[in-house]
Structures are given as C-alpha cells and as structure tokens.
Design a protein around this ligand. Sequence first.
Ligand code: SAM
Length: 257
Amino acid sequence: MSGFDRDWLALREPVDARSRDTALLQAACETARDTILDIGCGTGSTFRMLSPRLAAHVRWRFIDNDPNLLEEARRRHGDVAEIVHADLKRIDAPSFADVGLVTASALFDLCSEDFIRAFVERVSETGAAFYAALSYDGSMSWSRPHPLDEVMTANFNAHQLSDKGFGISLGPKAWQVLADRLKTHSYQIRVAESPWRMTPADADLQRLFLNGIVRAVFEYGELDEAEIRDWAEFRHRMIEREDSLCRVGHQDVLAIR
Ligand SMILES: C[S@@+](CC[C@H](N)C(=O)[O-])C[C@H]1O[C@@H](n2cnc3c(N)ncnc32)[C@H](O)[C@@H]1O
C-alpha cells in the first residue's frame, strides 16, 4: 500500500488539472494511439484529464500498487480501463502490450535514479511516447513571506531524498534526470512548468500541504521544533485570514520519438 490517501488525491486533482501545461497536454493527447498505460494511476485522475481530449477508440491500462486507490479507480472507470494491481518495480512485458503512450502524474519525484534508468529503457524498447506531468521541482513561495520560508523549503526538499518505495528518491531533481535519460534514448523532449498556484479558495489543500511540509521537516530533524511551530502557526494564520497565495513548482515532461 502506498499511503496516498483518496481525499488528498481528490483535493489536489482540480489544482493539478489547472496547473498542467496545456500545450504539452494537447501534444501528449495527439500522440495517443492503441493503449495508454497510466503508471501510478491512483484513482484515475490522468484518465479524467486526458480522456475528453482523445478519440473514443483509445484504450487505457491503469497500474498502481495500492488496492484501495485501485478499487476507487475500478468503481469509476472499470468499464473503460484495464486495471492492473502491480508494483512498478516489477512491471511485466504484458503491461506494455500495444502501448503507444505512457503517462504518469505526480509520480516521478518519488522515484530513484535506478528506477528511472530502468523504466526509461523499458519504455524506449516499445517506442511509446512518454508524458510525465506534475513532478515537484523543489520551489515553493508564498505571497506573505516568513523568515524561515527558505530553510523550511530546503529541509523539506532534503527529506524528499528518502526512500518512497523505489530506492532513494531523486525528489526535485527527478524530472530533469527523467528528461536527460529519455534524451539518451533518442527521444525529442519538451519540458514546461506546471506550478500549483493555490489561492484562498484552495484553503483545504493549502492546509494539508502545510501539514505535510511540517511533518517532513520534523522527521528530517535538523530544525528547532519551536521554529517549525512558529512557521506553521504563521502559515495557518495566513490561510485563515484568506491572505495566502502559495506557489509550488512542478514540471511536465513530454518525450516523443
Ligand atoms: C502522488 S500519487 C499520484 C496518483 C495519480 N497519478 C494522481 O495524479 O492523482 C502517486 C501514486 O503512485 C502510486 N505508487 C507509488 N509507488 C508505487 C509502486 N511502487 N508501484 C505502483 N504504484 C505506486 C501510489 O499508490 C499513488 O497512487
């Protein structure tokens, strides 16, 4: 089980949707043929984003290792998508059958260099296009600055470089390594920013996101607890006052041969 909670994924879905780079999204849809393989599909948010833009004959295969998320994906899309319960580290050849496009959203910042290297090799053998959206790039900023913003971000980013199930993750560097690896396999690469721009209307997501940062920084253990609490209280106060815009950097990568 991955520990990604349905409510968290549901809350981020509309923000992800408006953050994706639209030119890359459109170009990814134009490459779609045969079957689209969505890796780390969660409840199917990539499908919900792409499918209205696709021809009806395109088929989908979803892969995830979290049975709860897959159950929800099956409930919502089981009639149109093949649902595969598997660990991406042990993905088998039939998973790539007839695949013309591989998609992933909010996944690659969890992945290690070894996983990315091996996975890109597998995809390149099929010649499929690859669209990996919404990888966190290490940048965070707020409309109301606090003196600890930079150090909190640095500690959060350092905590990202831990094992998220794929070996030591590349965190904010993953999208760049992914793009570089794809390039070595003769892919043409397009990269575009897809930052979250959270407003007071996204208060619930802002709160959960903040709690995640604070948990990670506590766990990382380099910063004084009182300082972390001070920062967190300030940030929550700004959200309550509806005085907080928050930008979180992400990158989209599209690779086509
Ligand atoms: C941040 S969530 C993104 C989910 C979905 N793509 C979305 O955008 O809503 C990461 C997803 O990767 C899945 N995942 C993580 N590690 C995995 C692994 N080793 N094998 C298969 N799926 C994995 C999680 O279960 C989760 O659904």
